[in-house]
Design a protein around this ligand. Structure first.
Ligand SMILES: NC(=O)C1=CN([C@@H]2O[C@H](COP(=O)(O)OP(=O)(O)OC[C@H]3O[C@@H](n4cnc5c(N)ncnc54)[C@H](OP(=O)(O)O)[C@@H]3O)[C@@H](O)[C@H]2O)C=CC1
Ligand SMILES: O=C(O)C1=N[C@H](C(=O)O)C[C@H](O)C1
Length: 266
């Protein structure tokens, strides 16, 4: 089998650094370039923390795909860029594996249409950690029996988007089995705006941002005389890398867009 030619976008970020390491440590993968917000034209090996890792740095993703032969883009950048980077990849026949969060349902549908028109695989995974996928699946299972549910997600304070992509995906999976339902007292009021969190079909989502945190989520169900809490913690970013690797291998074998790693793991 030919080695998979990979570009990582966002290499200096928390996730990008781990992805560069995973790609360079995987025998079947070749890191052919990185797309960064700065350092155009440099070699990655010249940048702190990447000593000995040879890859050209581009700031223009279009130029990168113009000049190089690329199989897969791993995008770990910021909500404002994920969609643009996917469109740039599709335009050049590159298959995107995207961990960047902040996509709307409309974005995903638009991107799925492009992927299918071009018969290109694409994966958007709001969370690559196997434990987080299980947390979401178990939550969906529990919601069949306990329809009152609130999500509390906790992240580091450098995170740009709220709620997290994982919290949104969890709410979407739950809504597949739970009829929309307004929770709490019918006459409740918020004395401070936002006190009851974001409203997803009546489910409440609360976002905590603090230094010291990595990525954590609790899904709390309430029933008569009981509660059930399903919790996942990513203690560091290595937790996401087996999922990124699996997504790169899988994206080569599909010709549509898959949203959520649960569709690959099953
Ligand atoms: N799916 C999953 O399992 C996970 C997803 N995420 C998501 O991944 C994304 C990145 O997270 P994280 O690594 O913590 O964030 P960081 O802020 O640590 O890293 C983002 C990196 O992307 C760079 N960047 C920003 N814009 C561009 C651009 N246009 N082209 C190239 N590089 C760019 C930033 O550079 P600069 O600082 O110079 O702007 C930075 O180095 C977020 O959307 C986050 O929600 C995070 C963890 C797990
Ligand atoms: O920004 C992060 O850190 C994370 N982002 C993803 C999300 O928005 O769900 C995945 C994980 O929670 C870490």
């Amino acid at each position: 089998m030919n080695r998979v030619k990979i570009v990582v976008a966002g290499p200096r970020g928390n996730m990008g650094k781990e992805a560069v390491k995973m790609v360079t440590e995987t025998n079947e993968f070749d890191l052919v370039a990185v797309v960064d917000s700065k350092n155009d034209g440099m070699n990655l090996s010249e940048i702190d923390g990447f000593h000995g890792i040879e890859a050209r740095v581009y700031t223009d993703i279009h130029k990168c795909f113009e000049e190089l032969e690329v199989d897969v883009l791993i995008d770990l950048t910021a909500p404002a860029f994920g969609k643009k980077h996917m469109e740039a990849a599709f335009a050049k026949g590159v298959r995107p594996v995207v961990g960047t969060t902040g996509f709307t349902e409309e974005d995903i549908e638009e991107l799925r249409t492009i992927a299918e028109e071009k018969s290109l695989g694409a994966i958007i995974a709001p969370n690559f950690a196997i434990g987080a996928i299980l947390m979401m699946k178990f939550s969906q299972m529990a919601a069949k029996y306990l329809a009152d549910v609130e999500i509390i997600e906790r992240h580091h304070d450098r995170k740009l988007d709220a709620p997290s992509g994982t919290a949104v995906k969890t709410a979407q999976l739950i809504s597949e089995v739970r009829a929309a339902k307004s929770q709490g007292h019918p006459n409740e009021t918020e004395e401070l705006k936002g006190a009851r969190g974001a409203d997803f079909e009546g489910m409440r989502i609360h976002s905590v941002r603090l230094p010291g945190l990595v990525a954590h989520q609790e899904v709390i169900f309430g029933g008569v005389g009981q509660t059930l809490t399903i919790r996942h913690d990513s203690i560091n970013r290595t937790s996401f890398m087996p999922g990124v690797k699996l997504a790169v291998e899988s994206v080569l074998r599909i010709d549509t867009l898959i949203y959520g790693l649960e569709h690959i793991i099953e």
